[in-house]
Design a protein around this ligand. Structure first.
Ligand code: NAD
Length: 470
């Protein structure tokens, strides 16, 4: 693929085929036309993936890893075109931890999936009994993803699946199909035919993918509500599932923390991708002794971070990806204001803005049961809650039924780790929030889902364990 236009043309439906306009969330202008695939397109994709799977499995780890490494190179060859399309469709800026960063992460996760070792494990070998544990391909894996990090999360789902000898059918979010179609087009420059298919369709097709008898496993990332629906759809065929669901991550700032030193980390922990990140910091608990200082340092940092159209190189924050998410953020901030909470920054969206821009918003003096705290805002509005004792902060942090990530901020790492151990979250970061690493397992607690992604654990979740006893 040589140019942005060629990439876009390659995913545009043929003349006469069903298509749907995708609008730029920053400007309202048309980004491109997405195909509208049907249940019969899904059947065709699943059948083709099923037919290709035995050959892909038989190719072995080495050949599959080589193909994934070549696919990572293809991403890098097309990085600027992919980042431009991602920025226009999703809204995220090119710079900062946004579109170029996301495309770079796609290449990094492909390489990690290709090079992570997974040897058979000897479980018992005592002279009498010999048992070894192996991971065999599952078959065809369905991958259903969200609109916030559409390319990166698709790679998180498909790279380990392919490495383990499965073929994949992807159902991207209807909000960001172009990004995933373009990603797959680039990957398919290097992958064998039919090991990776994308079906660009609505929830009905997603629901069918989740119940399809030929699908052995569903990798799902999205809301907890849709995750529950997928559990139900997959029940009749007892599918394997990895569910990465919603979060409402707490951060706890201990009294010994240095407000000026942590302001930048707190900001990006909360506002990465303009707050539209599963494991972003969504509720901040600050000890009363340093509460005002942390609020002031955070507001000082936040007010200088530019928000605007993603293709403008200066911007680091963008619009909400869609109107319904904008309305959720607006409703939650309004609820906070109605309760008498103190708005430190933002909270005053321009109703005449062309795009779904919601200003960077910080809200102090807010109760733990306020909707802006208790519900997932998934946007650029952070509530800051004052606490008096660490026990109180831990109880409040653990009070919700989700637990994806959490963080503890302190100059004493040992004390922070003690608090971390008490938090009900799949990952607890110390003095940072939300940083993921392809070597380190990632997954949720409570209704944030189950199963692990990344690293050796992530590969194991894309295989069927088989014990050879004897
Ligand atoms: P969503 O649940 O609305 O949609 C996700 C995907 O599921 C889409 O492709 C959608 O078409 C599909 N879908 C919806 N209902 C379905 C059904 N019944 N059967 C099959 N497929 C169905 O989520 P979203 O709004 O796109 O994403 C935002 C949510 O995702 C947030 O809650 C966020 O926290 C979560 N998320 C979690 C992670 C994680 O790793 N845990 C990562 C990113 C986003």
């Amino acid at each position: 693929m040589e140019t942005y236009d060629a990439l876009l043309a390659s995913i545009t439906p043929a003349e006469g085929a069903a298509g749907r306009e995708i609008l730029d969330p920053a400007t309202g202008k048309v980004v491109g036309i997405a195909p509208v695939h049907t249940l019969s397109d899904l059947e065709a994709a699943v059948a083709a993936a099923q037919a290709a799977q035995p050959g892909w499995a038989a190719a072995g780890h080495e050949a599959r890893s080589k193909a994934l490494l070549a696919a990572a190179d293809a991403i890098e060859r097309n990085a600027e075109e992919l980042a431009t399309l991602l920025s226009r469709e999703q809204g995220k800026p090119l710079n900062g931890p946004n579109a170029r960063f996301e495309v770079g992460a796609c290449a990094a996760w492909l390489r990690a999936a290709a090079t992570t070792p997974l040897e058979p494990e000897t479980v018992v070998d005592d002279g009498e009994t010999r048992a070894t544990l192996h991971y065999r391909p599952i078959g065809v894996v369905g991958a259903i993803g969200p609109w916030n990090w559409p390319m990166m999360i698709t790679v998180w789902q498909i790279a380990p699946a392919l490495r383990m000898g499965n073929t994949v059918v992807v159902k991207p979010s209807g909000m960001t199909p172009l990004s995933v179609l373009a990603l797959a087009t680039v990957l398919n420059e290097e992958l064998p035919a039919d090991v990776l298919h994308v079906v660009s369709a609505g929830r009905d097709v997603g629901a069918r993918l989740a119940e399809h008898p030929a699908i052995g496993k569903v990798m799902f990332t999205g809301s907890t509500a849709a995750g529950r629906a997928i559990i139900r759809s997959s029940a009749d065929t007892v599918k394997r599932l990895t569910l990465e669901l919603g979060g409402n991550d707490a951060g706890i700032v201990l009294p010994d923390a240095d407000p000026a030193a942590i302001a930048e980390g707190l900001f990006w922990g909360a506002f990465i991708n303009t707050g539209q990140t599963c494991a972003a910091l969504k509720r901040l608990y600050v000890h009363e002794e340093i509460y005002e200082d942390v609020c002031a340092a955070l507001a000082e940092y936040a007010r200088n971070v530019p928000m605007g159209v993603g293709l403008d190189e200066a911007n680091l924050l963008g619009p909400l990806q869609n109107r319904s998410q904008y309305e959720i953020v607006d409703r939650l901030v309004q609820a906070a204001k109605d309760s008498g909470a103190r708005v430190l920054l933002g909270g005053d969206p321009d109703p005449d803005a062309a795009g779904h821009f919601y200003p960077t918003t910080l809200v102090a003096d807010i109760d733990n049961d306020n909707p802006l705290v208790a519900e997932e805002q998934f946007g650029p509005a952070l509530p800051i809650i004052k606490y008096a004792t660490v026990d109180e902060a831990v109880a409040k942090a653990n009070a919700l039924d989700v637990g994806l990530g959490a963080s503890v901020w302190s100059t004493d790492p040992a004390a922070a780790r003690e608090v971390a151990a008490r938090l009900e979250a799949g990952t607890v970061w110390i003095n940072s929030h939300g940083a993921v690493d392809p070597r380190i397992p990632f997954g949720g607690h409570k209704q944030s889902g189950y199963g692990l992604e990344f690293g050796t654990e992530g590969l194991k979740h894309l295989g069927v364990p088989q014990v050879i006893n004897g």
